[in-house]
Design a protein around this ligand. Structure first.
Ligand SMILES: Cc1cc2nc3c(=O)[nH]c(=O)nc-3n(C[C@H](O)[C@H](O)[C@H](O)COP(=O)(O)O)c2cc1C
Ligand code: SF4
Length: 709
């Protein structure tokens, strides 16, 4: 199925065992000195062992700390960096992968220069009127973190002189020479994402009138000279290539694809061995990040890499939410020569090995939640919602595949994500696991989350698939009574009974057209404890018909079914704009409902990683949803939800045929009687002690599975 992805190839003189590339990703693991340390080496080694053909490191500041974006990134500005880099390349090579370093100067985004009072090198001092729409949807806490990392130590932008350009080019070449000496197999010159070279490529940032500004050929000159200088300095012993932006989104004078085609041809003529095609956009907007650099849409730029391929003789590396099946297709259709994957390799370091071994269903899927990339915005170590080992490979890298010394009998109570993850890890380590689920289906809160946000379905499928693959004794429709648990004589009991929902006290909440998340879940998925009588008879009948036909067992088919019929009116008001309310809003807007979200707080969906929040809220507004913050709901009547707004407490009303109450998620009040069962002190995971969403479920479940022993 993945013959092309797994077939060998080459970039220049560098031969690769397959066509899957680990995309460069800043993970903020370096201690603050730019040196490759054990945590970051273990992180890269895990992906090499996991089968990728080529690892490209995160941005490595070639003149560190000058031009650096973070003190926690790699550096290559003197020979002192070579020994630790040699350790990194040796460890990656041990597993048959090749490794390239991504050498960067961050130009206008050199946060370290700003903080430490140095000049910030830019092609030109230009006026910029960004949209700054990103600010409105950040929490106060995030704004504080942002201010701290952008700390102003007096560094100011300075237009580069010709001497600066020549000196920087020479430093780039020296860094490439060090890369060769440290055992790197290639060098990727970072010429994208708004950093120094890409600023030269963009008319928005480069208004120079000398040889380095003007036409696209002139704007490309700096890149061409850097490529030539690096090639000469490494004696062509290793290939040099570059990463370019196909498009600079939402930037009036930004890079357009026609320019990129010219730049790519010039880079090829200068001896670049490949082009890695990424994208970028206005960094002050709430929207550009998920259009360009980390696209929300799957394989968003495949048509552009396809076009570029027709221009060039050198390999093109495609990137941007490319799943293995799509990557295989892109290769088959000549749309790219290699496929870079970023987040999927964070979510599962063994993705490629699992493809090679013919078990793609075992790949832990990335759910496009943007948690990983949210941390580096604030100079914090990367972490992943679904892969607790990310960023902690030294301790946890092998943990869920290492057999326990003493196999034990384990009972897990509850088949939501936390329970399933605990069961998975315990069973992977050789324990005998029985899982009780009182409803008919596994999934818990994830089943509803999977209905409203498609990527979550992959996680649900993966977790349920692992239950079968690992031979876990799953007992659905089975309440976990002390007697039933005691009969299994377990050594460990893990309790994952989920959170609870408090009934709303808003006057009118008991009206027929008002449902809470549990009611909706019950009707749509056939599970949960909601009051199904709250949903109109037609809705209940449709849900029952769906269940009888087996439709509601499958979130994918159910999502399609709800496009045809939903037991909700046209005007829907959602009370509560947290993660759950906003995901429901997204789901309903996609089903042509007029949606109003009312939330008392200042920021919507604060629990979402901010890049995803930016994307969802932008999409909702673009689709005409009314998103109201600072709204205190006072009552619900048969046609409207009434609320007060602002300091003046203006009285407002939002028309409503249906009302969904998406608040009131709380710790499970039944928890106390689960602290000890059948004479065993239990371990409690997931939402039961306090709502922690998917990330909390996966992390606490993983840890509990591991702690069994
Ligand atoms: C945590 C994180 C850090 C990133 N840091 C870099 C970086 O240092 N250099 C770079 O060129 N791209 C960086 N990217 C972008 C990725 O290389 C890649 O282009 C992007 O994630 C899209 O691929 P994906 O959808 O497969 O994740 C980063 C992405 C993530 C998720
Ligand atoms: S944090 Fe979310 S987006 Fe990032 S790799 Fe993990 S699952 Fe994917």
């Amino acid at each position: 199925m993945f013959d092309r992805l797994l077939s060998p190839t080459a970039i220049g003189s560098m031969e690769l065992r397959n066509r899957i590339v680990q995309a460069p990703m800043g993970v903020e693991m370096v201690a603050g000195d730019g040196l490759a340390n054990e945590p970051i080496i273990a992180y890269y080694e895990a992906r090499a062992r996991g089968g990728v053909g080529l690892v490209i490191t995160e941005t490595c500041a070639m003149d560190y700390p000058n031009g650096a974006n973070s003190r926690h990134q790699l550096g290559m500005s003197s020979d002192d960096f070579i020994p630790s880099m040699r350790e990194l390349t040796d460890r990656v090579h041990r597993h048959g992968a090749k490794i390239a370093v991504q050498l960067a100067h961050h130009g206008k985004v050199s946060r370290v220069d700003r903080a430490e009072g140095r000049d910030i090198l830019v092609p030109s001092i230009t006026e910029w009127h960004g949209s700054y729409s990103m600010i409105a949807d950040l929490t106060q806490e995030e704004l504080g973190w942002m201010a701290a990392v952008n700390g102003d130590g007096g560094g100011k932008p300075r237009e580069m002189t010709t001497d600066d350009i020549l000196e920087t080019t020479d430093k780039w070449a020296e860094a490439a020479r060090r890369a060769r000496d440290a055992g790197f197999d290639g060098v990727e010159i970072h010429a994208s994402h708004g950093y120094l070279i890409s600023a030269f490529l963009s008319k928005q940032w480069n208004t120079r009138t000398d040889d380095y500004g003007g036409s696209v050929e002139e704007r490309s000159r700096f890149l061409v000279e850097v490529i030539e200088a690096c090639r000469a300095r490494v004696d062509d012993a290793i290939p040099i290539w570059c990463r370019l932006d196909a498009i600079e989104y939402l930037t009036p004078e930004g890079i357009v694809f026609d320019d990129t085609r010219v730049t790519a041809r010039l880079a090829q003529e200068a001896g670049a061995a490949a082009i890695h095609l990424s994208a970028y956009g206005d960094s002050t907007s709430a929207s550009a990040f998920t259009l360009g650099t980390l696209p929300h849409t799957e394989a968003k730029h495949r048509h552009l890499s396809a076009q570029l391929k027709t221009d060039l003789d050198i390999p093109v590396i495609g990137v941007g939410r490319v799943k293995p099946e799509v990557g295989e297709q892109m290769l088959a259709e000549g749309e790219a020569d290699l496929i870079a994957m970023g987040r999927q390799l964070l979510a599962d370091a063994d993705t490629v090995a699992k493809l090679t071994e013919g078990r793609p269903a075992d790949i832990r899927p990335c759910i496009n939640c943007y948690v990983c990339v949210a941390s580096p915005f604030f100079d914090r170590r990367v972490h992943c919602a679904v892969n607790p080992a990310l960023g902690n490979e030294t301790e946890l890298g092998d943990a869920d595949r290492t057999r326990a010394e003493t196999p034990k009998r384990v009972v897990v109570v509850g088949g939501g994500p936390a329970g399933m993850e605990a069961a998975r890890v315990a069973a992977s380590r050789g324990h005998t696991v029985t899982l009780f689920e009182s409803s008919a289906q596994l999934g818990g809160a994830l089943r509803f989350a999977a209905l409203v946000y498609e990527p979550n379905r992959k996680l649900l499928d993966w977790l349920t698939g692992q239950m079968t693959r690992l031979g876990i004794d799953v007992r659905t429709n089975t309440p976990a009574t002390p007697a039933a648990i005691g009969a299994l004589a377990p050594d460990e009991v893990i309790v994952a009974i989920g959170g609870a929902r408090e009934r709303s006290t808003i006057p009118g909440a008991d009206l027929k057209h008002v449902v809470d998340g549990d009611d909706l879940r019950k009707v749509l998925t056939g599970s949960g404890d909601g009051d199904a009588t709250k949903v109109p008879l037609a809705g209940r009948l449709a849900a029952r018909a769906g269940r009888t036909l087996g439709l509601t067992a499958d979130a994918d088919r159910l999502a399609k079914l709800t496009k045809l019929y939903m037991p909700l009116g046209d005007d829907v008001v959602i009370i509560g704009g947290g993660l759950v309310g906003i995901e429901i809003a997204e789901f309903l807007v996609d089903r042509d409902r007029n949606v109003t979200v009312l939330d008392p707080g200042p920021t919507l969906a604060p629990e979402m990683a901010h890049p995803r929040r930016w994307r969802v809220l932008t999409d909702l507004r673009d689709h005409g949803a009314s998103l109201v913050t600072g709204a205190e709901v006072t009552s619900i009547d048969s046609a409207a939800v009434r609320y007060r707004l602002g300091d003046e407490r203006t009285k407002e009303a939002a028309p409503a045929d249906s009302v969904i109450i998406a608040t009131g998620l709380v710790a499970n009040p039944a928890l106390d009687r689960w602290r000890s069962v059948a004479g065993i002190e239990t371990v409690i995971v997931g939402d039961a002690p306090g709502i922690s969403y998917l990330e909390g479920a996966m992390h606490t479940g993983f840890r509990a599975g591991l702690d069994v022993g």
